[in-house]
Every structure is written in C-alpha cells, then in structure tokens.
Design a protein around this ligand. Sequence first.
Ligand code: TRP
Length: 455
Amino acid sequence: MTVKASERGTFSSKMGIILASAGSAVGLGNVWRFPTEVGNSGGAAFILIYIACVVLLGLPLMVAEFTVGRHTHANTVDAYRRLAPGTPWVAQGYLGVFTSWFILCYYSVVAGWTLKYLVASALAGPAGISGNTAYFESFTASPVEPIAYMVAVMAVCHVVIARGVEKGIERSSKLLMPLLLLIIAMLVVCSFSMPGSEAGLRFLLQPDFSCLTSDVVLSAMGQSFFSLSIAMGCLCTYASYFRDDARLMRTAVSVASIDTTVAVMSGFIIFPAVFSVADVEVSAGPGLVFITLPNVFRMAFASVPWLGWLFAMLFYMLLLLAALTSMMSIHEPTTAFLLEHFRWPRRVATRVVTLSCVAVGSLCSLSFGVLSGLRVGGLTLFELFDFISAKIFLPVGGLIIALFVGWRLPRRVVWEQATNGGTLRTRTFGLYMLLLRWVAPIAIVLIFCNELGLL
Ligand code: TRP
C-alpha cells in the first residue's frame, strides 16, 4: 500500500537534515569502535587509509542511498519495489528493514552499558568507579541490571520515534548533536592538557606505514561503512524525508566530515589519556572504553579527583548521546515499513519494533551470563548478531546498493537526484558514477572475502 507524500513526515530544514543524518552516523562506531581499530592497526597510517575509504567509497555509497530514498519518498521496501517492481532487487529493501531491526537488538545492549557507566560514574563521586575486568564482567553477566539499562535507553529512543520525523527525530537531533560536539571539544582540551599526552599524539599523527597490511586496509574500509551508517536502509529511510531542494552530494560531504571529525577527535580524547597513564592495562574491544578508561580517568587526575570525575561523566554522556541518535536511525526503517506498508498507526508500529527488540536484545544481553553456553558456530548470541550484521549484511547491502544505483537505475534518475533536476552544477558527477560502478563494488567484494577469511 502506498502512503501519499503529504501524509509522510519531512525534515523541515537543511540543518535538520544534516544533523539527523550526522546523528545516525556518529555513534558507538566512532567513539568506541574507531579508537579500538586505530589501536589494533597502528595509529596514524590506519587513519589515513580510513579517510581515503570515506572519500572514495563511503561518500558515493551515501549519495546512492540518498538517491533511492529521496527519489521514491518511501520506506526501503516500497522504494525498491517502486524502482524495480517484481525483480529480486526488492530483496534489498527487505534486507535493509530486517538488518536495522537486527542491529538494534544488540546495539541497544551496548547503549545500556553506556548509561550504566554514566550513572555509576556519577554515583561513585571523585573516587571513580573500579575499572577492572571483574567489575565489567560481573555487570554484563548479571541477568537483570544490564537489561534494565537497555530498556531505559530504548524507552527514550521509543518516545522520540513515536513523536515522528520532525517533532521527534529532527528536534532531538538539533538538540543532541550540538551538545555532543561541545562535549567532545571539552574532552579534547582536557585530554591534551594531561602530562605525557605527547606520546598519544605522536601515535595518532606520525604514520608508520610499515604496519600497513592488506588486513588493515580492509578493516579500515569495514569501519568506514559501519561508521557512516551505510548499506542498511537507515540513510535511505532518512532521505525519504528530505525535501526536494536538499543537496544530496553536499549533505553527504557534511555528514561524512562531521562523522570523520568525531571519530578522529575520539582518538584524540582516548589515546593521549591512555598514553599519559603508562601503567594501565590496555584492553582491546569493549574493554578499551569500559575497562581501561575508568582507570585512566582516576589515575590521570589523581591530584584533582573532581576533574577526573567530571571527565568520566562527560565521556559516558558523550557515548550515550551518540548511541541514542544512532539508535533512532536504526529504529526508523522498520517503523516506517510497518507504518506505510501495513498502514499501522505510528504509535503501534513504534511499539512493535521497541518491544520485539527489547525481547531479542534481552537474549543478547543474557548471552554474557546465563545464556553464555548457548553458542552458534562457537559464537555467543551477542557475537553472532554482531558478526552477521557487520560482517555479512553490511558488505552485501553495500554491494547491492552500488550495483543498483550504478547499473540498474536509469542514469537520468541518478543525475536528476544528484543535481536536483539539473539546477546544480555537476562537475563531480562523472567521478561519482565511476566510483559507484567500479571502485565500490570491487572494494566491497574484497572486504567481504577478507572478513570471511576467504583472502
Ligand atoms: N553509524 C553508527 C555508529 O557509528 C551505527 C549505525 C547506525 C549503523 N545506523 C547504521 C551502522 C546502519 C551500519 C548501518 O555507531
């Protein structure tokens, strides 16, 4: 069933469009996953490759998703159905809806952890929370507490989504994104002013190309896709709420710039702080943010404990806000699908998505504790969700979008969307098509094979 354009929500301003899309892109991927990848892959050299991936692959794919969304003004399933009726391309629409729902289930678990660490830091006072592995593990393994925090964050996301596109998503992004950028700026200044932070800066600024392996190049590509929210229907759904005068290429450049700046700034917050406290055990993965950092906050500010306290609270607040705006964008594709496809009221569609994600998310959370024995292919439920979505659905979705917009959509439609019907100058259009048709598909096939261990 189709919904008339006038019944759909619309972002009311260009700033709203940029901030909502940037809110989707800036998330745990930037503040938590990016620094971890930088740490694992050798610092500055990784960052340079990452930036190249954002420009050469991320940007064209983002514009391609925007093209599908804005051209059809429909949820992802109906968008593909309208553009390629009766063909297997429609499966991409379903993949987008399903993957968003799937990611939300486990993303909200980690978002719950950030709320826990914010609350715990606030309650602990200047003495700080104990940042050790046992504390982290006993919290994540407990059956009730992490689920309660997950439900709390999800409830906030629910309220925003239930209020709709303009009053919910746009308004909250306009409030939260500037706040987030302000917190980042404050944290960067604090981090730079720590004694001994130069080693961290050197790590981030002096490239050592000897650590560049094909594996590093491919992880940089994977990280750039995750961080830009590409390939899962989020940006396509947001673009369906764009007005016709929004400039797709310019919006993509702004969103990618904000996202990359936040990722690099997170590196600038975390590494000078970690390097300035030499005898802290540095753990990779979730540990960097939840185990290593609480120690860093406490030890780096041992002489001024209240400053360490403030630093810790600001940091977890940053993580929570970033996670929340991304969660909203992961919630919306499924909600929009239920709402438009089945004509459910927004209230009902939102409720169904929230409740089903809480139910499955609880299982993911329990997989750190009572359900840790339940394994599929050696992976716990949480690891399985992460693996399937980030390493299988993400590259497959990206590949299909590049092929669809690059090869299947009439070139005229792609050109009209990129130039707003010919009213904008198009000097980069040829380059955009070249990247979309050739560079992106080949690179994505490489990522995919690498991540599955086929290379
Ligand atoms: N980009 C977000 C982050 O950096 C996560 C995210 C939101 C995402 N929507 C997505 C990742 C769609 C992949 C696809 O945390």
